[in-house]
Design a protein around this ligand. Structure first.
Ligand code: GAL
Length: 431
């Protein structure tokens, strides 16, 4: 009997501990009216210039909803490094935040929406009349089988070449447009003792992003898109050609690239320690707000080599997970995030362009005006490195194989690892 009582007490204690562990802290204490309205916003924009963009959006939200408290949380690390695993574990353990940041495309549609983790937002889209104000390409990136699962807040471009204008002027160089031009310019810079191309591959995505620019520049936008939708054979010789071009490009980067993050590589160009870098246009915000450089004067921009006429898009979006504690307040946040005022506040600071087609171009600088124009006119390709073209299950081995490749330059090994990871994810075809 005593033993039974003891076991029962143990069981009760164990259950209590388990319950406490699986509940969000806020539910264990009674909430004040203010707290009960606090919505948790989960994001990886924690670096100063990126957080400033999110704060600008939240400022608009605060003006419109002064009584709703927003608590920012998240995981530091650029491009969502480390974030995706954390968000998946919070969602899978039924402890989701209210709203969270996600890339439009496979990262959202394959990993989260397809497994029933997200609330559809079609009603919000219809109420706000957004179907016509967001481009179809973006709506498709956040949709699965007719349901819309996130609100795109911006469009970044990954295939941008930033260059140090005074170095280019000093050596009488023009920004390269083709791969051949690039190697010619790079060789001249090397001869002068200048690092031609800055790379910061401490986190894996900047190297993958450089590879994506080479791949889309080699296949062209139509076949690049077809590769991910399974309509280009994995033994297409152009994939090997892309690895070879990428390898040659790596021979012009700073030898310490594995110790630098993306900002440290952009900084090299800012300081004139390297002449060029290929980086998404969040670099514009970093160059102008943190390094205090004049983009379009001190720092020039062009499309990455061989990608003229192509817009490689990185789309940030916010979605509402199932089981969020404050769905109504979250929908209010999403409403602001999708509004012109919200998108202007975020994008004027972020370097990206608004996801909406009806934003006022006049508010934006020369770089963004050009990006808006290109977004409308160019071929649209989803970014590989930023979770849009392929799901994380493919992106993880791809990042790893590219990291190995940067060290050993073994094209055969990289190609076979690429094919293996692609097949495992039903990407590509062997037809
Ligand atoms: C991208 C993201 C951008 C920016 C960048 C660097 O993945 O979409 O908004 O955050 O990473 O952190």
């Amino acid at each position: 009997m005593r033993k039974m009582k003891f076991n029962l007490a143990l069981l009760v204690a164990f259950t209590l501990v388990l319950t406490a562990c699986s509940q969000p802290a806020a539910t264990s204490a009674p909430e004040s009216p203010e707290q009960s309205k606090a919505l948790e916003l989960y994001s990886w924009w924690t670096e100063p210039h990126e957080e400033a963009s999110l704060n600008a959006l939240l400022q608009v939200f605060k003006q419109q909803h002064p009584n709703v408290k927003v608590v920012k949380s998240g995981v530091p690390g650029s491009a969502g490094t480390g974030f995706q695993t954390k968000i998946a574990s919070r969602i899978n353990s039924n402890h989701p935040p209210d709203a969270f940041q996600v890339h439009g495309g496979a990262e959202l549609t394959v990993s989260l929406a397809a497994t029933g983790k997200m609330e559809p937002l079609n009603e919000l889209f219809t109420q706000q009349g957004w179907i016509d104000t967001f481009p179809a390409s973006l709506v498709q990136m956040v949709s699965k089988e007719g349901n819309i699962y996130a609100i795109p807040v911006n469009v970044h471009r990954s295939n941008v070449l930033w260059y140090n204008a005074s170095l280019f002027n000093r050596y009488g160089l023009k920004p390269p447009t083709t791969f051949d031009d690039f190697f010619e310019v790079a060789e001249q810079l090397k001869q002068k003792g200048v690092t031609p191309l800055a790379l910061g591959s401490k986190e894996t995505w900047p190297a993958t992003q450089l590879f994506e620019c080479v791949l889309v520049g080699t296949l062209g936008p139509i076949d690049y898109n077809k590769l991910w939708s399974g309509h280009i054979p994995l033994d297409d010789p152009r994939i090997e050609q892309a690895f070879n071009t990428y390898k040659k490009m790596l021979s012009y980067v700073n030898p310490d690239h594995a110790t630098r993050d993306w900002r440290a590589s952009v900084q090299m160009v800012g300081k004139g320690e390297a002449a060029m870098t290929v980086m998404g246009d969040w670099a514009k915000a970093y160059l102008s707000h943190e390094l205090k450089l004049k983009v379009n004067e001190e720092i020039g921009f062009a499309t990455a080599p061989n990608t003229k006429g192509i817009f490689v898009a990185v789309v940030d979006a916010f979605g509402l997970p199932k089981g969020a504690k404050h769905p109504d307040a979250t929908k209010k946040f999403l409403e602001v995030a999708g509004s012109i005022a919200g998108q202007d506040a975020l994008n004027l600071r972020k370097g990206s362009i608004p996801a909406r087609l009806d934003a006022d171009m006049n508010k934006y600088d020369a770089y963004s005006k050009q990006a808006m124009e290109d977004f409308k006119q160019n071929h649209f390709s989803p970014s590989l490195a930023h979770g849009s073209a392929v799901p994380p299950a493919f992106l993880t081995p791809l990042n790893q194989l590219l990291q190995r490749f940067a060290a050993d330059g073994d094209v055969g090994a990289a190609l076979s690892a690429f094919k293996q990871a692609a097949r495992a994810n039903q990407i590509g075809t062997t037809k």
